[in-house]
Design a protein around this ligand. Sequence first.
Ligand code: ATR
Length: 296
Amino acid sequence: MSAQVENDARLVGVLGWPVGHSLSPAMHNAALRALKLNWRYLLLPVHPDDIPDAVHGLRALGFAGANVTIPHKVAVCALMDELTPEALAVGAVNTIIIRDGRFTGHNTDAYGFLTALTNAGYAPACRPALVLGAGGAARSVVYALARAGARVAIHNRTPERAHALAAALAPHLPGVSLQIVSAAGLPAALLAADLVINTTSVGMTGGPPGSPLPAGARLRAGATAYDLIYAPRQTPFLRQARAAGLHAVGGLGMLVHQGARALELWTGRDAPVAVMQRAAQRALAARARADGARRT
Ligand code: ATR
């Protein structure tokens, strides 16, 4: 490839710390190649102290935008010229668009979750959903489900965080009531739920081991279990759900669809979702092999 082409390339990337494990470069560069766009998607490791300089540096360097991941999603909000209603409600930005020198902060996580859920054959409107966890990931999921008309209940190990999440979302969800489920109420809520979503880090590679549900928890056969975790692909939560007769769905689809939406926002082109899905799967498999090799 000529230096001229490199110099002409439009740039996007992902801000995170650490960010070396991100699947986004593989997914986005595959999509940009498939669209025959002369764009590059870069890993942008930035320490939290440097995030304001880094964001302003993107503008100086002529970037079209960026993705934002842990731990910068909340801090970046304050650096934007404007926020979309989703980013404002969720209180976090995962996609920045830079246009005419102005920063717009988007959040495509709620869209990604809802699209993945719909593609898995689940229609949430008017049906009871139980969200496990009350961190940043839960906020996107609760917002997405409530906007889609689901009846949403939240259970978290630390109940105060569940109440805080509901209070933070309330102004953005007029007319919606979010139910908080205590530990004592969990068995009944699990049996009532058509959809149970794990947004906690329990069961994630490198996270707390096990399932967020107690062993022997009774679930409703025929319901859907969605785990936001995509590494490993089979989590203890999904195994437990499948054993109880639920339709079990892993988190890779949400990752792909939040990325697809970001790509569409930057480029104005339809995202090649199947290309992105395959690239993410390949990168994930390569990462699992590398992690396995390091452990042996
Ligand atoms: P994220 O932004 O990815 O959601 P987070 O804000 O750190 O991450 O939230 C992690 C979630 O996983 C929280 O709901 C947390 O519960 P607490 O609020 O009680 O900390 C949940 N979590 C983490 N470890 C857990 C464990 N061992 N058992 C149950 N829940 C756990």
